[in-house]
Design a protein around this ligand. Structure first.
Ligand SMILES: [Zn+2]
Length: 388
């Protein structure tokens, strides 16, 4: 084998990723088109494509359309070369999905939870992962990793420093799960993951600046700036559920007072409603035009609008997307939110900022973490090949 310098290795790795990414984004595509778009020479493209074929990350299909001459063979991404597991730990639910490498959901598992203690949740999560793996089709790489969204502050090592609504502090289940399943595990804040899910698969695909408001039992905010997830210095950005909207206001689970999520979350709604009600039962009552419930939801909507107005005035985003459990109440929340935004954002912002409810319904976080897993796998596979 000829001597390859480190620099050449890096160039080759980058070129291979470039070719693979081109196939993922533009499939079906010919070798000639890849060469033309990337500027790599045809021999380089050909040799990289051969490696990717051998690794079963791509496959060839019969001749495509051509206006003359020999018809080219087209290349496709082999999206079923492996599968990713995405888990969204809500405060009152756990959602698990198995996706292919393009983020298509093969199947899902849902579990409502009441006991959020760490051992209970971890046992349910492990059960869910096992059953998702059991249902996975045969393929070259098997499960390529596990992604988990958590409603709390996650540092860059994947440690959950604080999840006030779960009652968790300094919990490192990344290494526990890595040992248990012998797979890479990625832990991310659920709103950050949700924002990324929306950018990749949802309403935000065509824009660069997105604020994703994850409104569940608590409120988290994921921020995409210039097309990339903004994480802050330590990955702690987006804790806007705890921005103060009322001085000396209601007590919040974080220990402070007057936080946004104490007024505008599912928890706030349930606290105002009769006990024993759930979001689902309140939505049923709203559908029956129960005036009391309608006015409660309207109040939540107005408070969501106050926080969103602050966000719009701060970031001037292309889009604000509202997701997580409260998005189910869109029919009654949308109008009070819009009314509040119109009254409280600067007029310049109003013309251009779009307000959406998540089209991915309950999936943005699970899809976001599974997309992180897939990217990690693809980068890792290509890197490993070069090192060997
Ligand atoms: Zn708070």
């Amino acid at each position: 084998m000829p001597f390859i310098t480190w620099n050449q290795q890096v160039v080759k790795k980058n070129n291979k990723l470039l070719v693979l990414q081109m196939i993922i984004d533009k499939e079906p595509i010919s070798r000639a088109d890849i060469a033309q778009v990337t500027g790599l020479n045809k021999a380089t493209v050909s040799s990289l494509v051969n490696e990717l074929l051998e690794e079963e990350l791509i496959f060839e299909s019969g001749p495509g359309e051509s206006s003359g001459g020999r018809r080219p063979v087209l290349l496709h991404f082999n999206k079923v070369a492996g599968f990713a597991i995405g888990i969204d730990i809500g405060v009152n639910y756990i959602l698990g999905i198995l996706t292919d490498l393009k983020g298509e959901i093969l199947f899902e598992q849902n579990q409502f939870i009441q006991d959020t203690s760490y051992p209970t949740v971890m046992e349910l999560v492990q059960k869910m992962i096992n059953s998702l793996i059991d249902g996975m089709p045969e393929c070259r790489y098997g499960a390529v990793g596990i992604g988990i969204g958590v409603p709390g502050i996650v540092d860059k090592e994947g440690i959950t420093l604080l999840a006030p609504n779960l009652g968790w502090k300094n919990i490192n289940f990344k290494s526990e799960l890595e040992n248990e399943f012998q797979l890479p595990v990625i832990i991310e804040n659920e709103a950050n993951a949700g924002a990324y899910g929306e950018k990749r698969f949802g309403a935000g695909q065509s824009v660069q600046n997105i604020v994703y408001v994850s409104a569940g039992i608590g409120i988290g905010v994921g921020i995409i700036l210039n097309g990339e997830l903004y994480q802050g210095k330590n990955g702690f950005s987006g804790e806007m559920g705890h921005m103060i909207i009322k001085v000396d206001g209601k007590q919040c689970s974080c220990g402070s007072r007057g936080c946004w999520e104490a007024y505008a979350s599912e928890h706030a709604l349930l606290k105002m409603a009769d006990k024993d009600e759930t979001l689902e039962s309140l939505i049923d009552l709203a559908e029956e035009h129960d005036q009391n419930v309608l006015s409660l939801i309207e109040e939540i909507g107005s408070y969501l609008g106050y926080g969103i107005s602050n966000i719009i005035n701060t970031f001037n985003p292309d889009q604000v997307i509202i997701g997580n459990r409260l998005a189910k109440a869109k029919n009654w929340l949308e109008q009070p939110i819009r009314k509040t935004i119109e009254a409280h954002t600067l007029p310049f912002h109003q013309k251009e900022t779009e307000l959406h409810f998540s089209k991915l319904t309950k999936y943005p976080t699970a899809l976001g973490v599974s997309a992180f897993v897939v990217e990690n796998f693809i980068n890792g596979e290509v890197r490993q090949e070069i090192v060997l």
